[in-house]
Design a protein around this ligand. Structure first.
Ligand code: ATP
Length: 235
């Protein structure tokens, strides 16, 4: 059974159809990368699946349960987490307080503040630091940690590496690989096509709101992904 199955997802912004009939499926322990040019509809798709974008439709099954009609907070309680673009931490709250906000789903599971500090050892010494004072990489670690605190079965991450140093990106992906090995399903929006080919189990390229290419990393190249992002077929 798929952990996350999203079928015929569509979404509008007023008159503009930003996502047209996109479907995807994730098994436990799988990492699906969603790539595409700016404005391709990646963020809108993630927000629609999460229930944060109200002008959206489609059928969403989480571990075999239909959550399509549930509002965002009940999708989170069912085990679906979103790490949004820009992290959206509370800058005047501490690292621990930000992490604790993620526990509001009241789900049972392996994640606790101590487990997050084990996954991201650089956060442990920042326990009482204000989130707004952290580096971009540290903030991304808190955002991922906050999502994990809800003990999700599937986690969606928007622009994981945006604005981070290469070392911080490696750290974030190291932690994500561990969660994948624990059986989580990960849907990752990423600009770095090399990273997508290195880490992904599946890759979907979006172009103008539609699926332009659906491929396994071993069957593609950066050039082919880039071409599909712009609606072309690679030479
Ligand atoms: P980016 O990498 O730039 O975030 P994206 O692939 O995530 O791009 P979206 O942000 O989902 O794409 O945008 C898809 C389309 O919807 C674009 O044409 C964008 O201009 C439009 N759009 C996004 N947000 C809004 C909004 N709040 N109001 C109106 N149009 C929007």
């Amino acid at each position: 059974m798929s952990t996350l199955l999203a079928q015929n997802m569509s979404a509008t912004h007023g008159q503009l159809t930003a996502v047209h009939n996109v479907s995807l499926s994730l098994e436990p322990g799988e990492m699906l990368f969603l790539v595409g040019a700016n404005g391709a509809g990646k963020t809108t798709l993630l927000r629609t699946i999460a229930g944060d974008h109200v002008q959206g439709s489609g059928e969403i099954m989480l571990s075999g349960v239909d959550i399509s009609d549930r509002p965002a907070h009940l999708r989170a309680r069912a085990g679906l987490a979103l790490v949004p673009e820009g992290r959206r931490l509370f800058p005047d709250m501490t690292v621990r307080e930000n992490l604790m906000l993620g526990a509001s789903t009241s789900r049972e599971g392996p994640w606790s503040v101590a487990a997050i500090f084990e996954a991201f050892p650089n956060l442990a010494k920042l326990d009482r630091a204000m989130a707004g004072k952290l580096s971009g990489g540290e903030q991304q670690a808190v955002a991922i940690g906050r999502a994990l605190m809800g003990d999700p079965v599937a986690i969606m991450l928007d622009e994981v590496s945006l604005g981070l140093s290469p070392a911080a990106v490696d750290l974030a992906y190291g932690a994500l690989r561990k969660t994948r090995d624990m059986g989580l399903a990960l849907l990752v929006v990423e600009q770095d096509l090399n990273r997508a080919i290195r880490e992904a189990d599946q890759i979907i390229v979006m172009c103008e709101g539609r699926v332009a290419l659906r491929v396994r990393p071993q069957d593609t190249t950066v050039a082919a992904l880039a071409a599909a992002s712009f609606g072309q077929v690679a030479a």
